[in-house]
Design a protein around this ligand. Structure first.
Ligand code: KG4
Ligand code: ZN
Length: 343
């Protein structure tokens, strides 16, 4: 069975072909970085326009790399939310047109479900149940994953997402967009323990996050830094980046392990764009191991937004008989609790 998976939730246009729910034949991602870079963040109207321009060529390239044609597709899976309204619309309406004109079934997928299940694109699969830490530019949540389609939110950010904090801190340090990769790179030559940026633990037992405070703390520190020559002699930009990164990772690692301990679930899956961060991958894996918890992390190409994870989540729904109606609409705010449970 060939499934076309489509994700246009934010600023990447992605189409993938998945065979029999597991084998990725192609996973084409058209990044809009060049368009948004100068603005230090994603501009929704420009993102939508870019998706319109790119959806057909990206789908065409996905068929080509998979060495199949549009006639071979058995079903189409598409992200219907959460995400940017104008971006989501492009993917959903392309999927609808394909489903109608080719007489093939369509399913709609929650973008977060895609991230949560992205680990199944890898050889080494986790057992159910597991704790999923989903960290991206738009989301930071800890989920309890009981099975395909059975998710419970244990904690989430009350303000900025972790990736958003990386992006905003990079912007204020004048490092460009997206912030995560550049901050990670600079941190390699910095000292993570020289500036004590605040860690928001939100109470001893809380699994919720808050990252707006640290962003403000870095901003205030940097203002002082620019005016203080003595400080500039002892502290580098790399130190600021590394100390910020360390503070964010401390909180992410602590809360994810706490979620595992509280639920007694000793498997953790890391997902989303921030999961590309090698320091986070390393720290979570090491600290969890010392607590007897096993950590699974997808390869970076499946951490950032991609069509393959949507095809995989869609496949699980298709084989259970789920079908989307062609009248379905986008859901820019689409909490995981609203996901239809499996038939
Ligand atoms: O999952 P994703 O591609 O898109 C969303 O759904 O948001 O995640 C993008 C986010 C951006 O905020 C970016 O700065 C962050 O992931 N990111 C990283 C790294 N690579 C990407 N954050 C920290 N370290 C990285 N290496
Ligand atoms: Zn995402």
């Amino acid at each position: 069975m060939y499934i076309l998976g489509i994700d246009t939730s934010c600023d990447d246009t992605s189409c993938a072909i998945l065979k029999d729910g597991k084998l990725v034949l192609s996973n084409v991602i058209h990044s809009q970085l060049k368009v948004h870079h100068q603005f230090g963040g994603v501009v929704p109207e420009l993102a939508s326009r870019e998706h319109i321009r790119n959806i057909l060529p990206v789908a065409g390239e996905a068929f080509k790399r998979a060495k199949i044609t549009i006639n071979h597709i058995d079903a189409v899976a598409v992200t219907s939310g959460p995400g940017l309204m104008g971006s989501l619309l492009v993917g959903l309406y392309y999927a609808k047109a394909l489903s109608y004109s080719m007489s093939i079934p369509m399913v709609t997928v929650n973008h977060l479900e895609g991230h949560i299940l992205s680990i199944f694109l890898e050889e080494d699969e986790p057992p159910f149940p597991y704790i999923a830490l989903t960290v991206s530019g738009g989301h930071t949540s800890i989920f309890e994953v009981r099975d395909y389609g059975r998710y419970r939110t244990l904690g989430q950010t009350l303000d900025d997402a972790a990736g958003e904090a990386f992006d905003k801190v990079a912007k204020l340090l004048g490092l460009g967009y997206p912030g995560g990769p550049v901050i990670e790179r600079l941190s390699e030559n910095g000292r993570g323990d020289v500036i004590k940026f605040p860690r928001a633990y939100m109470g001893k037992d809380s699994l919720d996050f808050s990252f707006s405070g640290i962003k403000t703390a870095v901003s205030l520190y940097y203002k002082r830094y620019l005016e203080d020559k003595a400080l500039q002699n002892s502290i580098t930009i790399e130190d600021i980046a590394a100390s910020f990164q360390e503070a964010v990772i401390d909180v992410l690692v602590h809360k994810t392990i706490l979620a595992s301990k509280k639920t007694g679930i000793n498997t953790i899956v890391l997902a989303g764009g921030v999961a590309c961060n090698s320091k986070l991958r390393e720290r979570l894996t090491d600290e969890a191991r010392s607590e007897g918890i096993k950590v699974f992390v997808p390869s970076p190409q499946y951490c950032t937004d991609n069509g393959a994870m949507i095809a995989l989540a869609g496949y699980q729904r298709i084989i259970k008989g789920e079908r989307a109606d062609l009248s379905e609409d986008v859901l820019p705010k689409y909490p995981i609790e609203k996901i239809p449970s499996f038939l």
